[in-house]
Design a protein around this ligand. Structure first.
Ligand SMILES: O=C(O)CCC(=O)C(=O)O
Length: 348
């Protein structure tokens, strides 16, 4: 990994937030995206009218279940994304966490550095993990932690957070775990498979959380808040914490902005669910852009199968072998991503 000095960033490699406070005429080179990576937000044309589907959890569970299951199936199949409303998570839980995360990012850098990511680790507070030379650094600070199984929590991270943040995060994690399991059960129904099959795979699975802070950038079109990627998860549940827009999903080669809906979560299908569903559900690329005026904060929770569990396509699709049986893989505990590249290597 490049040293901060080699990148010409000094201590700012540990914090884009601090870098963004400095007067800046030009954006430092490590953050500059190449031409084709620059944001291309559609502001007109038919694509600007497209928006990701909205799923009403209340209708799914208590109301017109069959109709809403069709909508859920469509969203996972055609978009790989949906906004979830009427999810039943108490607004006080979200509100408390919202304030706490905003408070956390207002702490002096020295305080946040108590949780800094250590050399060779993926967990902790820091910036883009640099895997190769000339890699562009995202315009964001992040704090990533494994939260489940509980014995995998790192002593110096979640347990050491300021108590009010820790408590609100714990409450949030616990309600989102329930929400995720309910959603996975409904996804099983939409896929017309036994709920047990999905529940057993995800029950007490590997879960992680990422808090991201995107500072304003004087030249937002030159940088990227979060490089385009798909998630190596079962499902991911995202909260756009402070209501600032910037999240985008790719559809037919075009980046579609995701509107901030009050009290909604953005849910997406990850690579694991794509493979499990024999490619029926899509793990879609997404990214985050930044703007010149407002900071943006998000919290993403990642829900995965159990560590070391054997993964492959669900029983009922095995005979079709579009996603051939040989792609069964172990869900590793060393944070190796099963990314789209990896899937391609399996020739699927
Ligand atoms: O910050 C966002 O809006 C997106 C976050 C995300 O996709 C991630 O953390 O993987």
């Amino acid at each position: 990994m490049e040293s901060p000095k080699a990148l010409g960033l000094g201590s700012s490699l540990m914090s884009v937030q601090e870098l963004a406070k400095e007067p800046m005429l030009v954006i430092p080179q490590p953050y500059i995206r190449s031409e084709e990576e620059e944001p291309s937000i559609p502001s007109h044309g038919s694509h600007s009218l497209q928006t990701i589907p909205v799923i009403d959890m209340n209708r799914l569970v208590f109301g017109q279940t069959d109709l809403e299951l069709v909508n859920l199936h469509f969203a996972c199949k055609e978009w790989g994304f949906f906004q979830l409303v009427n999810h039943g998570v108490e607004s006080s839980v979200v509100e408390k966490l919202r304030n706490e995360i905003q408070g956390f990012y207002k702490l002096p850098l020295e305080e946040k550095m108590r949780y800094k990511r250590k050399e060779g680790d993926v967990e902790g507070y820091g910036q883009t993990i640099l895997m190769h030379e000339n890699q562009t650094v995202d315009w964001a600070d992040r704090f990533y932690m494994i939260t489940n199984p509980v014995y995998r929590r790192k002593d110096h991270l979640l347990p050491e957070l300021p108590s009010s943040l820790r408590e609100s995060l714990e409450s949030y994690i616990s309600v989102l775990q329930k929400l995720a399991m309910t959603l996975l059960g409904l996804i099983a129904k939409a896929l017309k498979i036994e709920e047990k099959e999905i529940e057993e795979m995800f029950d007490d699975g590997m879960q992680a959380v990422r808090l991201t802070y995107y500072p304003p950038c004087p030249q937002p079109e030159k940088v990227m808040g979060l490089t385009a990627h798909s998630d190596a998860t079962g499902i991911t549940i995202l909260l756009q914490v402070n209501g600032v827009q910037g999240f985008q999903v790719k559809r037919d080669g075009i980046w579609i902005p995701v509107n901030v809906l009050p009290d909604a979560f953005v849910v997406n299908v990850g690579d694991v669910l794509e493979i499990f569903s024999n490619g029926l559900y899509k793990s879609i690329e997404h990214r985050a852009t930044v703007n010149s005026e407002k900071e943006r904060i998000s919290i993403a929770m990642f829900f995965n199968p159990k560590f070391q569990s054997e993964m492959s396509i669900g029983k009922q699709w095995k005979e079709f072998l579009d996603y051939n049986d040989s792609i069964g893989f172990i869900f590793h505990d060393d944070a190796k991503r099963l990314d789209r590249g990896a899937k391609n290597r399996y020739n699927v």
